[in-house]
Ligand binder design. Sequence first.
Ligand code: FES
Length: 143
Amino acid sequence: MPTVTIDPTGERVHLDPGETILAGLYKAGYAFTVGCRRGGCAICKVDAVAGTFTYNRPVADNVITDEERADHTCLTCRAVPEGDVTIRLRGETLRLVNPFLAQLNARARQRAEAYAASRAAASPDATPPPAADTTPAERTTKE
Ligand code: FES
């Protein structure tokens, strides 16, 4: 479950798998200036500070140039994070327009983090099972 962090203000938003950054932010009650929401106007560009993403559909070269792709420019309406990402908006701040949705998203993120922590604790790699308590005498009697 990817998390998007906003740099430098620190808001954190939990995304569903396959969800675009823009869709996740809006679903969580946040907004910033965007245009078409379809990968055509380039208004939703941000800088990807950390993490990787892919585009859910091809993005035209006149919307994101090769230099921008190399500079980690991110078209949020098409970008799907591959894991946790950190983005920085260009020339504006993220606005909280629906605190109730933000609260729901924060709870979903906390549940996902708790689930991931419990899975990691239960993993055989994280906690090796206790060694079998067998003595040579016991082995003899079992054979
Ligand atoms: S909103 Fe137009 S390209 Fe993202």
